[in-house]
Design a protein around this ligand. Structure first.
Ligand SMILES: [Zn+2]
Length: 312
């Protein structure tokens, strides 16, 4: 009898955990690496560059996250302690990837100038601790015609680079812009509400692209989250990571994430401004409209910010 009732209790516990994880997360848990674009960003309205770097390094350390990757636009190196800050990231065990020198896109400056921009950033970064030959396209713009896309792919291959793709795209940059603008305009910021909005929009984006992946690949890949080296990331990275962990997600290193087989699979589509999961889904025939989350929209976010009463 006792054995049977303990067995029943055990089964009940499993059912409760299953119910809780489904009702809490909506989708099962996965694995995800953190990447921060546009480092080293200069002083903003809230934090100086150095304060932001120190805050990020300290928080990642407290969270026991040994490794994230910063994709660097090297034009910013001479100002706001730029070079020193990249050294600090590298010495803390994090990785530094190439995000071009001047953060242009090939459609604007042309293919050859864009390749020169990649090489210039490469020359600045190559001696630094933590440097890896990973390239993140600015604006995730991989070229808007097949010849341009293929020229860029071969230039990167010649330099020995891999594509530092994302799987989870989102508009964290737009929330950051709204935050900076609000401070500039002297508005009062409700930081609790801002934190909740930051975490919930990113969490929604993660679940959205994970469910696309499960449908398109039949599994959850090792994800790479797109973030920016901005004030919101420094303020709320701990809350975001805690939320992910509470929902069963595991934070992994970018090296582990890029060992996923989707790193070797380069979809034959012109897929701009989106990540690799979306590109694979597009190649499999998903309609483009289905591959953009509703919060990747400025008007949608404006109304969320308004409704949430983040700025008074
Ligand atoms: Zn960027």
């Amino acid at each position: 009898m006792q054995v049977q009732s303990s067995f029943c209790r055990h089964r009940l516990l499993i059912l409760l955990v299953l119910f809780y994880s489904l009702s809490a997360g909506g989708t099962p848990a996965g694995e995800i690496a953190l990447s921060f674009d546009d480092a080293p960003r200069g002083k903003q309205q809230y934090l100086s560059g150095l304060e932001r770097t120190e805050m990020l390094i300290n928080k990642l350390d407290s969270l026991e996250i040994d490794q994230v990757v910063f994709f660097c636009a090297t034009e910013q190196l001479p100002w706001h302690h730029g070079r020193r800050r990249l050294q600090m990231y590298g010495e803390a065990g994090h990785l530094l990837g190439n995000h071009t020198h001047s953060h242009q896109h090939p459609g604007k400056i042309g293919c050859q100038a864009f390749i020169r921009d990649i090489r210039q950033a490469h020359d600045s970064l190559k001696g630094m601790t933590g440097f890896v030959r990973w390239f993140r396209y600015p604006l995730l713009d991989e070229g808007r015609s097949v010849p341009v896309r293929d020229s860029l792919r071969s230039a990167l291959k010649e330099l020995g680079y891999r594509n530092g793709y994302v799987t989870i795209d989102n508009y964290d940059w737009y929330l950051e812009r709204a935050f900076q603008q609000a401070i500039k305009n002297g508005r009062t910021v409700n930081f609790d509400r801002l934190r909740d909005l930051y975490v919930s929009t990113l969490w929604d984006a993660i679940q959205f692209y994970d469910s696309i992946a499960r449908e398109a690949l039949g599994r959850s890949p090792r994800h790479v989250l797109l973030l920016h080296e901005n004030d919101l990331a420094a303020l709320f990275i701990d809350e975001l990571v805690t939320h992910l962990r509470e929902n069963g997600w595991k934070i992994i290193s970018p090296v582990a994430a890029y060992e996923d087989s989707i790193a070797l699979y380069v979809p034959d589509v012109l897929m701009n401004n989106q990540g690799r999961v979306a590109a694979i889904a597009r190649e499999k025939g998903f309609k483009p409209r289905r591959l953009v989350h509703e919060a990747e929209d400025e008007a949608f976010l404006d109304s969320l910010i308004e409704k949430s009463g983040v700025f008074q």
